[in-house]
Design a protein. Structure first.
Length: 80
């Protein structure tokens, strides 16, 4: 059964972490207008998706950097 952790929205975006994932530890950044971006937790590299304008992603990347340990622990909990 797929599980997920949704974090509270910050501005017009929110972070989600899914179970049953593979590859690089990552988070999903979901914007209110439907744009979605997948970001590697440790490097903050965009793995998939896009948002226009790109500067909308800056605050999410800063949050991922500031909370990397928390997001990585949750990713590993959901994806042992």
């Amino acid at each position: 059964m797929k599980r997920m952790t949704n974090y509270p929205a910050i501005g017009d975006w929110r972070i989600r972490i899914n179970s049953m994932e593979h590859g690089v530890a990552h988070v999903h950044v979901e914007f209110r207008d439907g744009h979605r971006v997948v970001v590697a937790i440790e490097t903050r590299k965009v793995l998939a998706g896009s948002v226009v304008p790109a500067k909308r992603l800056v605050s999410a990347l800063q949050d991922i950097e500031a909370n990397a340990a928390k997001y990585l622990a949750e990713y590993r909990r959901l994806n042992p």
